[in-house]
Design a protein. Structure first.
Length: 272
């Protein structure tokens, strides 16, 4: 079954195209399900003074959900349209995140860590923040946040769990064992929390030139029976499904036979 559960659109400010264009592209590609999952509005920084074009304004959130629900009805019989949200995990803001999530009829909520305090580690405009940093210490801070996201109970699956590597910054070879232990700890927490993860294919187009997460992490996730879904993280309708075939092939090589899908905050499986 062809699915793509991670997409963005023009409302977030750093993507292009209207929601319907993403749905139409998925129909053209013969997809069975398309998840619309734009970024949760910023809640821990002031959007007026922070970097622009980071996420949809709070006042757009109800309009976003309303449009998703309308598209679900319009394309019923052609494709299943799922209403999702990529909900940043921000330590100390769990209650606010929960309020946002519970206010709308989402089919699923992706838990993603982009921010270490006010630093968005996935934003190319903020790469300078790596300067003079101990990379391993940044990884420790990042993975600690991912574990807290997993334990929070707020999310249905975790997105791009090693996106910290996006710009090619990785621990030294002499720190490899400690790095591996960080990954293993995160995966054990995810397994204990009974969460799924995603294989986010977009990493192939980023400086790291590797999907999120790495094959190494995927193999351990498979050993721990962690369910998995796939997403393109498309920010342009033309990118829907980009690299997802490679993602599916990798999952088959590792041993996965099913993909996690979501509806009304309930997880089920479909054949890979």
């Amino acid at each position: 079954m062809l699915i793509d559960f991670h997409t963005h659109h023009a409302r977030c400010g750093h993507a292009v195209g209207e929601l319907e264009a993403y749905v139409q592209q998925a129909v053209r590609l013969g997809y069975s399900q398309i998840g619309l999952s734009d970024h949760m509005p910023l809640i821990h920084v002031n959007p007026a003074t922070y970097y622009p074009e980071m996420a949809m304004p709070m006042e757009e959130l109800p309009r976003y959900v309303e449009e998703c629900l309308s598209l679900r009805e319009k394309y019923k019989g052609q494709i299943k349209v799922l209403v999702g949200l990529e909900g940043d995990y921000i330590e100390g803001f769990e209650e606010k995140i929960e309020q946002i999530i519970n206010a709308y009829p989402f089919d699923y909520v992706i838990g993603s860590v982009h921010f270490l305090k006010e630093w968005d580690i996935s934003d190319y405009r903020q790469v300078h923040n790596w300067e003079n940093k101990d990379v391993l210490e940044v990884y420790k801070t990042y993975y600690d946040a991912v574990e807290k996201a997993a334990r929070s109970g707020l999310y249905d699956y975790l997105g791009h769990i090693d996106v910290i590597k996006r710009f090619g910054y990785t621990p030294k070879s002499s720190e490899a064992e400690e790095w591996l232990q960080l990954e293993l700890s995160v995966l054990k927490t995810i397994a204990a929390s009974k969460l799924a993860i995603e294989l986010n294919a977009s990493g192939l187009s980023k400086p790291c030139a590797e999907m999120f997460p790495s094959r190494r992490i995927l193999e351990k996730a498979f050993e721990l029976n962690i369910p998995i879904t796939v997403g393109s993280d498309a920010h342009d309708p033309a990118k829907v499904g980009e690299h997802v075939d490679q993602a599916r092939d990798l999952l088959r090589e590792i041993g996965y036979t099913e993909l996690a899908v979501f509806e009304h905050r309930k997880r089920s499986s479909v054949p890979l």
